[in-house]
Design a protein. Structure first.
Length: 190
């Protein structure tokens, strides 16, 4: 920005000198009004040049920022693709394990869909909208999921699948159903 001010001041001084020299060389007598008009015209020209320089500098900065953002986006997408590729086997395995558990609980296709959407964090209202059904239908199917699975609510449903994923070792993973039962017992006592 300082460059623009400096450039504008230099241009204004040069144009002012040009106007003064032009008036001195003119055969016409010096008139302050003509000098002021000429100076005003030159000042407008300087202002236009300064504005153009400012816009050019800002545009260059925006272009640099855009390139940086595109590079960052490309890097993040690349990292995301690498992570997905590395995790694909695990994600597919988790999906199969969840499906197998739904079958073990003997959930209908609709109940399994509802349970999966609840695991993904959708509300019953969102699930109803997504499936084109009534919210009361989703509530009934969610209740059936809880009844068939032996779980009390959405939190326990999520915890059922997350417990094994987050367990630090096999010994603790094997204790997960027991810990869940302890939590239920404590909850019922309060």
């Amino acid at each position: 920005m300082k460059q623009i001010y400096g450039f504008s001041a230099l241009a204004l001084a040069l144009f002012g000198t040009l106007v003064a020299v032009e008036n001195l060389q003119s055969a016409e007598p010096f008139e302050l009004a003509n000098f002021a008009i000429d100076l005003f015209e030159k000042a407008l020209l300087v202002l236009a040049v300064a504005a153009t320089a400012y816009v050019a500098l800002e545009t260059r900065g925006i272009r640099r920022e855009r390139v940086d953002l595109l590079n960052d986006l490309s890097r993040v997408r690349s990292e995301s693709d690498r992570w997905r590729a590395a995790a694909r086997v695990h994600i597919d395995g988790l999906g199969r394990a969840i499906k197998d558990q739904f079958e073990a609980w003997k959930l209908s296709d609709s109940e399994a869909d509802i349970a999966l959407l609840m695991l993904k964090g959708l509300t019953q209202k969102e699930i109803a909208h997504l499936r084109g059904s009534e919210e009361s239908t989703v509530r009934q199917q969610a209740a059936a999921v809880y009844r068939k699975s032996g779980l009390a609510n959405r939190s326990e449903l999520g915890a059922y699948f997350l417990e094994d994923l987050l367990a630090p070792d096999e010994g603790k993973a094997a204790e997960a159903p027991q810990r869940l039962e302890i939590v239920r017992t404590l909850k019922n006592q309060s």
